[in-house]
Design a protein around this ligand. Structure first.
Ligand code: KG4
Ligand code: ZN
Length: 375
């Protein structure tokens, strides 16, 4: 993959970028304008969810997702362009998620972007989906580098120091399940419906968070890694032993959500200490939460209180930018384009692509083996 600085682009360019996202179960396209001072104007943001297609299976089915992306990507691109009021001439670059994610979907979006970029003679930007989430607060807030990021989604749970564009240092990771995966599996065990996170949150609102005693994995440990597998198993056991009434459902959902929140807050607090050691004392510290699980109201409230108590500013993107969307991919593309980074038309689709590549290869937390670190 060619990743060469492009000398024809100036730092002060106003850039209009089309972004595509198709790495999981949302087919999305967005047109975004970025000004040299970092201001962002979102001209369109179209997301087609595949929830209805996956609901009967209680989870995302890769083959169904790939076919749905193929069906939806073209009309979604056309709609994003039309809504933006721009013509192809006014688009300066085409960005697409190139990984990590379900490979069928990633290939669909990336190939679409390559076709457009080649036909129009525009630069291609192959975006890491996780970088999209990492930059998502910058869609709506003045959020300068560096910041501490809690990235929690269906496929990933990480604590990262976001030092600059393309410059990420991992402070902690999950050693087993992702946070969203734990929410989804819990919802499946209790038959709450799909997608799991919002369903758990709805049921939890009616339950007692202290009703069921559940573990807080890794709590108090002297590092910032997560583990959720034990919690998920404890929920399954508690559910088996319950009377399966609506009250039992609500109490277990609330107890699980409280255990997840407590666990994540403990890990974030540890990461704050690690982060402070590495940044200058004069810098105002910022904590950012991103990814689908960042939509969880109890987690957001807990993080806000923790940030206040540790003198961190707290930034959480609006709900529509927490889950997968193409605006964050267009923004990552625009920031890369402004910095002069573009990719060759041979850029590969990557099912596995850690944000902090070298460190992840040296010390993988998940996805060991021939294929390399997953994240
Ligand atoms: O970032 P995202 O849209 O896709 C991935 O890249 O994985 O995250 C989806 C995940 C799912 O696991 C979903 O259950 C979870 O985010 N999620 C939530 C909530 N809304 C979505 N988890 C907890 N509470 C929520 N309100
Ligand atoms: Zn995501």
């Amino acid at each position: 993959m060619a990743h060469a600085p492009n000398s024809t682009l100036k730092q002060d360019d106003v850039l209009t970028v089309l972004g595509l996202e198709s790495s999981c179960d949302e087919t999305a396209a967005s047109v975004l304008r970025r000004y040299s001072d970092g201001r962002v104007e979102l001209l369109s943001n179209i997301v087609a969810s595949q929830d209805d297609e996956h609901r009967p299976f209680g989870g995302v089915v890769p083959e169904i997702a790939a076919r749905a992306h193929m069906r939806k990507i073209e009309p979604i691109i056309a709609k994003a362009l039309k809504t933006s009021g721009q013509s192809w001439d006014q688009i300066d670059g085409i960005a697409a998620t190139a990984g990590p994610g379900l490979i069928g979907g990633v290939i669909t979006g990336l190939m679409g972007a390559k076709g457009l970029a080649m036909a129009l003679g525009k630069p291609l930007i192959a975006v890491n989906h996780l970088e999209g989430h990492a930059l998502s607060p910058r869609l709506t807030e003045n959020c300068p580098f560096p910041y501490l990021l809690l990235l929690v989604s269906g496929g990933h749970s990480q604590l990262l120091s976001v030092i600059g564009l393309g410059d990420y240092e991992r402070l902690g990771s999950t050693v087993d399940d992702a946070a969203g995966e734990a929410f989804d599996k819990t919802a499946k065990v209790m038959d709450l419906g799909f997608p799991g996170g919002p369903q758990v949150q709805n049921w939890a609102a009616r339950g007692n968070p202290t009703a069921v005693k559940l573990p807080r994995p890794m709590k108090g440990r002297d590092h910032a890694d997560f583990s959720f597998a034990g919690l998920k198993t404890a929920v399954a056991r508690a559910w088996d032993a319950s009377d399966k009434s609506d009250t039992a459902k609500a109490d277990l959902a609330a107890s699980f959500q409280r255990a997840m929140t407590d666990t994540m807050l403990d890990r974030v607090e540890k990461a704050m200490t690690l982060y402070r050691r590495k940044t200058r004392e004069t810098d105002q510290a910022r904590l950012v939460v991103a990814g689908g699980v960042a939509a969880n109201a109890e987690l957001r409230a807990g993080l806000k209180a923790l940030a206040e108590s540790r003198a961190f500013d707290f930034i959480a993107p609006p709900l529509k930018f927490c889950g997968d969307n193409a605006a964050m991919i267009a923004l990552a593309g625009a920031e890369r384009l402004a910095a002069g980074f573009i990719d060759g038309y041979d850029a590969p689709a990557r099912p596995r692509w850690p944000l902090d590549g070298d460190a992840a290869a040296a010390a993988p937390k998940s996805g060991f083996g021939k294929k390399g670190p997953k994240s």
